[in-house]
Ligand binder design. Structure first.
Ligand code: 3H9
Length: 657
């Protein structure tokens, strides 16, 4: 394609403009993700004005520099005074241009990026492009026409699905839905320029002028109800439903409503919380001391212990393309582990999350053994055996002898001290913790534990592997329970104090569920089973400081065989499998209060929440002061991704401000 630079002086950086035989190619170049920051909007507006006025320009192509088309509005500008021109104004100008504007989607087009593309008269994408309106994930609705143009283009049900979930669609799906018009088989810009030439002088298809196809009201009602039920009282999904389902009204009216809703939500606490989470996730990957440290290469991962946790980790590792060697104590146990892993893969196959080729590829990369020596090729070994110091140290000593000297050894312990495990090896520098959460093939969080002697490139390896597994790694120092379980312990302790002081389990659970936790604390206990924590408390009993307040109620429940749902009774009763308040538990709690001479009082939901949130935040402050957690945002990510803290509340540290 022959290109001559033209009138770049009329367009302020960071956009560049070139003319190609009458077609103006505007490239948005605003690293890292070509967000539509103020400069970009100004540049675009100038280019559009020029295109409209210049007789030698017959059409416009808008594309992005690098691997992104446009990542959306600049989230860093939210909360600051608005700078003209606004994105909706630029978008309106694109749609109204008398000459064809073609979007050349060279990569992801998200949020305002897709909204901009929707206002173009034709959309051509590279095969790698993806589109989406992820605004709900930031607690807002699309604010530049997305809720009105998308349904006009693809119908209300499909638009509802995309906007309310915030998910991205790959190029193929975008084409079949009608979001894009073409996937370029060759050079993207050539295809876009050629499309612009073909459209020049012809009537233009303006998305805003299309009539939104009406859909079956029953179908819309059902889809809306599903979205509202899932959103647990969050505002943005409900507003998406309202705006999209009413998109059959006049376009200008819909746009004005959308804009007002966007602005109101943008300034809400929910949106501030979700923005905090967005940036915290990006911050978490920046680890002090690792700025220029390279991870060790890993292509084969050994997994010791193929129980529930080990097999989940194996599925995640196979999914990321690693070769996996599973180790268990006997050939029979190893074979059982293999079956467990295959079973999980088969479930993914049945649900459509995995296709047959992917299934076969994963199966081919899996082997199991009962012989330590077979782990020799591994670049990383993750142990997920019984959480007992003697068992783990013995395993690490054996591993030390069979793996390469540069192989990394990770322990998945939840409560043991990984420094003690590391000390059992000849090279403690290659040991770190990788604390996965169950089910490990589903849960995103991995606490990556930096032990006293962990070498920087070993830590970098743990982080790189976790990221490749598509997990969210958060670095923690060594302390009992690491970040998550330490905060969880403080929270649990406070909940038990509340019981003694006068609240009942169902009252505490209701306060937590109202706040946005998917399940209350006591319901979670019953689901997980009470016996493991009881065994731990019994082990620790002798060392417990008698001057520290200790609540015996959970022990009394366990002594009565109330181990939770599996036992048919725990903090609640389960007649016919349904959770119910149990007067027997209330009596146990009342007896415990009486034994300590506590006069119970009533607590409001707000008071219950305040005490629980304060306890979490105070423990978080302690973790920061001790240097166990690097940032408040890291603590928030752990609690959101590992313990059900509602993301739209920002995590315990954000919520305490
Ligand atoms: C919107 O569009 C509202 C409109 O409807 C209405 C407007 C009127 N702004 O994720 P990465 C930064 S709302 C500012 O690691 P990747 C990010 O913080 C927006 N900064 O890269 C990081 O900075 P740093 C709707 C942004 O390649 C760096 O870019 N759009 C933005 O793995 C790299 O980020 C979205 O919600 C932004 N919009 O993934 C999309 N996006 O290096 C949000 C990123 O200093 N973005 N940064 O830590 C994403 O999903 C991913 O970043 C993306 C690239 C897929 C684009």
């Amino acid at each position: 394609m022959s290109e001559t630079t033209a009138f770049s002086s009329t367009v302020s950086a960071p956009n560049s403009v070139k003319a190609s035989n009458g077609i103006l190619v505007v490239t948005i170049d605003n690293a890292p993700v070509n967000a539509t920051s103020a400069d970009v909007r100004t540049g675009l507006e100038r280019a559009l004005s020029h295109a409209e006025a210049a007789a030698d320009v017959t059409g416009v192509v808008i594309t992005g520099a690098g691997k992104t088309f446009i990542g959306g509005a600049d989230i860093k500008e939210f909360g600051k005074p608005a700078v003209e021109p606004t994105l909706p104004a630029v978008i309106e100008k694109i749609e109204a241009l008398s000459k064809p504007v073609v979007a050349a989607l060279n990569g992801v087009a998200l949020g305002g990026g897709l909204e901009l593309a929707l206002s173009c008269h034709y959309r051509v994408a590279s095969a790698a492009a993806q589109v989406g309106l992820p605004e709900v994930k930031l607690g807002i609705v699309p604010g530049a026409g997305g809720t009105q143009r998308l349904p006009r283009l693809i119908g209300i049900p499909a638009a509802l699905d995309l906007i309310a979930s915030g998910r991205s669609a790959k190029a193929e799906e975008a084409l079949s839905l009608g979001i894009i018009d073409e996937i370029a088989s060759g050079d993207l810009l050539e295809a876009a320029v050629s499309a612009a030439r073909k459209l020049a002088g012809k009537p233009l298809r303006r998305t805003g002028e299309l009539t939104a196809a009406t859909a079956d009201p029953a179908e819309i009602k059902k889809a809306s109800a599903k979205i509202l039920a899932k959103s647990r009282g969050q505002k943005a999904p409900a507003e998406v439903v309202r705006l999209v389902t009413s998109s059959t009204r006049p376009f200008a009216e819909g746009l004005a409503d959308e804009r007002a809703t966007f602005l109101a939500l943008r300034d809400s606490r929910e949106a501030a919380a979700l923005r905090h989470v967005f940036f915290a996730e990006r911050e978490a990957s920046k680890v002090e001391g690792l700025e220029s440290v390279e991870a060790r290469p890993v292509s084969t991962i050994g997994i010791c212990g193929l129980g529930l946790m080990g097999s989940g980790i194996a599925v995640a590792a196979l999914g990321a393309g690693y070769t996996v060697i599973g180790l268990d104590q006997t050939p029979e146990a190893a074979e059982k582990g293999r079956e467990r892993i295959i079973d999980l893969l088969e479930r993914n196959l049945a649900s459509g999350r995995l296709d047959q080729t992917g299934f076969e590829a994963r199966k081919a990369k899996l082997s199991v053994t009962a012989s330590d020596a077979d782990l020799a090729p591994c670049g990383l070994v993750i142990e997920a055996v019984f959480d007992d110091l003697a068992v783990k140290t013995d395993l690490f000593r054996r591993l030390d002898k069979v793996v390469r000297p540069d192989a990394v050894l990770a322990t998945n312990t939840s409560y043991l001290n990984p420094d003690e495990i590391a000390a059992a090896t000849a090279y403690p520098g290659r040991v770190l913790g990788m604390h996965f959460f169950s089910p490990a093939h589903v849960m995103r969080l991995v606490e990556v534990v930096r032990c006293a002697k962990t070498a920087p490139d070993v830590l970098a390896t743990g982080l790189a592997v976790a990221r490749k597994l598509r997990k969210l790694p958060v670095v923690t120092g060594v302390t009992e329970g690491f970040i998550g379980n330490r905060i969880f312990s403080a929270y649990r302790r406070e909940a038990e104090f509340l019981l003694e002081d006068g609240a009942l389990p169902h009252e505490i659970d209701a306060a937590l569920e109202d706040y946005g936790f998917p399940m209350g604390l006591f319901a979670v206990y019953d689901m997980a089973g009470l016996e493991i924590a009881w065994a731990r408390r019994k082990r620790q009993a002798a060392a417990r400081d008698p001057s520290i307040r200790y609540v015996e109620i959970a022990d009394t429940l366990c002594e009565a065989g109330r181990f939770g749902q599996k036992a048919g009774r725990g903090w609640y009763a389960y007649p016919e499998g349904k959770k119910a308040i149990d007067p027997e538990v209330t009596a146990i709690i009342e007896a415990a209060r009486a034994k300590k001479g506590i006069t119970p009082r009533t607590f409001s939901k707000d008071e219950i929440l305040r005490r629980l949130l304060d306890a979490m935040a105070a423990e978080g402050e302690a973790l920061l002061a001790e240097g166990i957690a690097a940032r408040p945002g890291d603590i928030d990510l752990v609690m959101i991704n590992g313990y059900g803290f509602p993301a739209y509340k920002g995590g315990p540290m954000f919520a305490s401000n």
